[in-house]
Design a protein around this ligand. Structure first.
Ligand SMILES: Cc1cc2nc3c(=O)[nH]c(=O)nc-3n(C[C@H](O)[C@H](O)[C@H](O)COP(=O)(O)OP(=O)(O)OC[C@H]3O[C@@H](n4cnc5c(N)ncnc54)[C@H](O)[C@@H]3O)c2cc1C
Length: 327
């Protein structure tokens, strides 16, 4: 992304209203800002999954050890986007880190080794098989890292507040202002207004373990992400039935077990235990566009919002610019 520059003064009029300032709303706001399209961003500040997310970006995911769809195209755009905004706001949000992908059993390890010969997998590998205590083997991945989602949202909110285009309020579903773009995450999907969904609750720990290595992310049946200063995020659970944002004893047990297994011992102190709801639409594909009633939507970022939000937001901003040009 080129350095954000505006061609229109957004304080003159505010015909577009972004409802929700999670990753979706924030990335869209930056692209509208860049295009000089007047807007305001309104958030109810009732939570949302972006503020609990680990911000992990991993090019090869899941038990099947498959490249994340379109990662080769999405990743450079996402990194460009976050890094340009780091320069603009003089803060650091993106932390590139190698990923150690660990195999729990022989079946998973054989699959990882077989797939590592494929060019679309090999391009993300750094070296060959590694031994790892208590695991069948490990592969080191490049290209990944973590975003600090909370830092990114807070800095963006401060920026837009300074330009008088951020407001804390709830946009009423029944009577939104004209040209509302719904970026309301799981809250919007759970209301049923966007049709069927597959939202999944996730619980996550923040913990202190100053003796654990901080130079890489560890993934194996969960993930352990270093934050610096001996702190880590560990997670996350998936739960489809109880869709609320309350941490549970069962979630604490599961996430602590992930931390123990990936950290290698029990000597850690839990400093926060949080829960959020991943906004997932059927087939796990994000959706962005007009709704037919004058409003628009951008939702369904699922478990990989950090990677896909910048590109989706750019394309949506281009459609909005085109709709303005058409009158
Ligand atoms: C435990 C957990 C861990 C995760 N880890 C990762 C990870 O490591 N990497 C990754 O890429 N993704 C991760 N995710 C997924 C990621 O959080 C989502 O993809 C992304 O945050 C979704 O962003 P969003 O803006 O669509 O929704 P949200 O972040 O939920 O934002 C919606 C916003 O809309 C506001 N809002 C709702 N209704 C209204 C209204 N009527 N008026 C005004 N404002 C309103 C809310 O206050 C909220 O701020 C994780 C999710 C969870 C739950």
């Amino acid at each position: 992304m080129a350095r954000p520059q505006r061609t229109v003064d957004a304080t003159v009029s505010t015909p577009w209203t972004i409802a929700g300032q999670g990753l979706a709303g924030t990335c869209l706001a930056w692209h509208l800002w860049r295009q000089g399209i007047p807007f305001r961003i309104v958030d109810s500040e009732q939570g949302g999954s972006s503020s609990v997310a680990a911000g992990l970006v991993n090019p090869i995911t899941g038990k099947n050890f498959e490249p994340t769809p379109r990662v080769a195209e999405l990743l450079p755009e996402a990194l460009d986007f976050y890094q340009e905004l780091e320069s603009l706001m003089n803060e650091r949000f993106w932390h590139p880190l190698p990923i150690l992908r660990l195999a729990a059993d022989e079946k998973e390890w054989s699959k990882m080794l077989a797939k590592s010969a494929r060019p679309d997998v090999a391009r993300w590998l750094d070296g060959g098989p590694l031994a790892a205590d208590g695991w069948c083997g490990a592969l080191r991945l490049t290209g990944g890292g973590r975003l600090d989602p909370r830092g990114f949202l807070n800095a963006s909110r401060a920026f837009f507040s300074k330009h008088a285009i951020y407001q804390k309020a709830e946009i009423p579903h029944a009577s939104p202002p004209p040209h509302t773009i719904w970026c309301d995450g799981a809250a919007g999907l759970l209301s049923g207004r966007h049709g069927p969904h597959r939202c999944a609750k996730g619980e996550i720990l923040t913990l202190r373990a100053p003796h654990w290595p901080e130079d890489h992310i560890r993934i194996g049946g969960g993930w352990l992400v270093p934050l610096g200063d001996g702190c880590f995020k560990a997670g996350a659970t998936y739960e489809w039935d109880q869709l609320d944002e309350s941490p549970t004893p069962a979630g604490l047990e599961k996430t602590a077990a992930i931390a123990r297994r990936l950290g290698g011992d029990e000597h850690f102190e839990v400093t926060a235990h949080e829960a959020g709801i991943r906004p997932i639409i059927r087939r796990s594909e994000p959706q962005a566009g007009p709704l037919g009633d004058g409003s628009w939507m951008f939702n369904g970022l699922g478990s990989k919002g950090t990677l896909s939000a910048p590109s989706m937001a750019r394309r949506l901003a281009e459609r909005i610019a085109a709709s303005i040009a058409e009158g």
